[in-house]
Design a protein around this ligand. Sequence first.
Ligand code: ADP
Length: 269
Amino acid sequence: VMLITMGVFWLLSILISVWLSRLTMRPILRSWQRQTEFVGNAAHELRTPLTIIQNKLEFLLTKPNDRIIDQAENIAIANSESQRLQKLTHDLLALDRSDSNSLQTNFEATQVAGFLQRTIEPYTEIAASQGKQLQLLPVTDFRAVLDQDLIHQLMNILIDNAMKYSPNGSTITVSAKVVGRKWQLTVADQGLGIDPQERQRIFDRFYRVDTSRSRQTGGNGLGLSIAHWIVDLHHGTIAVKDNQPRGSQFVTTLPLNPPTGMSGHHGKK
Ligand code: ADP
């Protein structure tokens, strides 16, 4: 009987330790998998613009006697691809900071109405130059604790997307209001809209609803994952809804007084 009991204990302890090691290994494996996938995607995204720039430069080298004006189109393409590279490296660095938790945040009490007005101003000109209208709906003033640089970056991403994915002549509206102990920032457009089944995935790194369309518009699929990270740092949420009669609404809900001093809970997107 003693032997059998010892045997059962021995078996049980082996089973428990195997189960425990699987439990601890799983998140490590998953994050390693995520990391290699990220590096693979990043390399892929870097390769395309680099190849185009290289091809254009090699072609220009075969035309040493041409004037710049003769090759303006090729030079413009190389230039816009190098801008794409710059944006991509900038976004990759932001995500690296989010992974390594190394960002110094600077939360401060902010008069939201004035802050939104200052932030939006430069974008109204850009929108106008694209034949679109960017409007800030009247905001009753209130104070919220936020990191101004990060919320500026968040608005940049949302407004930039609203402009990229909506037609000329349409209007993009930004609004903000207090809801209980939180405040809501909404960016609404009259563009293509987003299918309900895509609404979770668009926050994933490198995810694009329509790759070819997004490539034309200069997207790299990182904007919304950075937006998600910024919202996380503020202990808030971000969601997409339909806009009426068409287009999408990105609704960000943030606490008026987020717990500061420690970074957000990192839903790692
Ligand atoms: P991208 O750089 O491709 O715009 P994002 O991460 O910012 O990457 O967005 C992911 C995808 O979500 C986009 O490729 C696009 O398909 C979709 N999307 C984002 N914002 C909008 C919007 N305002 N209207 C329609 N589709 C959008």
